[in-house]
Design a binder for this molecule. Structure first.
Ligand code: AMP
Length: 198
């Protein structure tokens, strides 16, 4: 049983946390472009040097580079039986890149989880995370920029996937467990099965 999933939501919607939980339940790797870029910056690799300033300002890394990083990651053996993408695709160009890659493997996304959280709530969560984790892109200016980019570039990708009938909108307000349960229920309703070991 495979599950090829995408989780989408504004910054501060909790998609990273829920993405990891859902990936665990379905026995698939969580692939977060934000995490991969942050690791590259921390490790001082060439990729890290290329993306550092963009990430700190809350701007998007160019599609060509981002899609190449994702293609490399999805080509690894652990993603053969499924994956959960978090933070990619983030605009229509990346949707086209992902479509081309998946079509070439005779694959497609099974479900897109849209985590909805009121704007005031996501801003409050981001400010809390800024205080707790000190992420370099959690400054007030970078947060505003990232939310604006989400509205302008990322939200439209949901229309494309909705036309394919694969979007599940999930209420992202509640306890972590409540939200995970809602997502699992929506995925199971699509006939996707959790991993036996969980
Ligand atoms: P995230 O943790 O998903 O909020 O990503 C943190 C930052 O990494 C973003 O603000 C972008 O600078 C960069 N990034 C992550 N994913 C992408 C993507 N799919 N396309 C372009 N830039 C990205």
């Amino acid at each position: 049983m495979t599950a090829r999933l995408l989780i989408v939501g504004p910054q501060g919607s909790g998609k990273g946390t829920q993405g990891v939980r859902i990936a665990e339940q379905f026995g698939i790797p969580a692939v977060s472009t934000g995490d991969m870029f942050r690791a590259a910056v921390a490790g001082g690799s060439e990729l890290g040097t290329q993306v550092k300033a963009l990430i700190e300002a809350g701007n998007l890394v160019p599609d060509e580079l981002t899609s190449a990083v994702v293609r490399d990651r999805l080509a690894q053996a652990d993603a053969a039986a499924g994956f959960l993408l978090d933070g990619y695709p983030r605009n229509l160009g990346q949707v086209a890149d992902l479509d081309a890659f998946l079509t070439g493997r005779d694959e497609q996304l099974d479900a897109v989880i849209e985590l909805s959280v009121p704007r005031a709530e996501s801003i409050a969560r981001l400010s809390l995370r800024a205080a707790e984790q000190g992420r370099t892109d959690d400054t007030e200016e970078a947060i505003a920029n990232r939310l604006a980019i989400y509205e302008r570039e990322t939200a439209p990708i949901l229309g494309v996937y909705a036309e394919r009938g694969i979007v599940d909108e999930i209420d992202g307000v509640g306890t972590l467990d409540e939200i995970t349960d809602r997502i699992v229920a929506a995925l199971e309703a699509r006939g996707l099965a959790r991993a036996a070991a969980v």
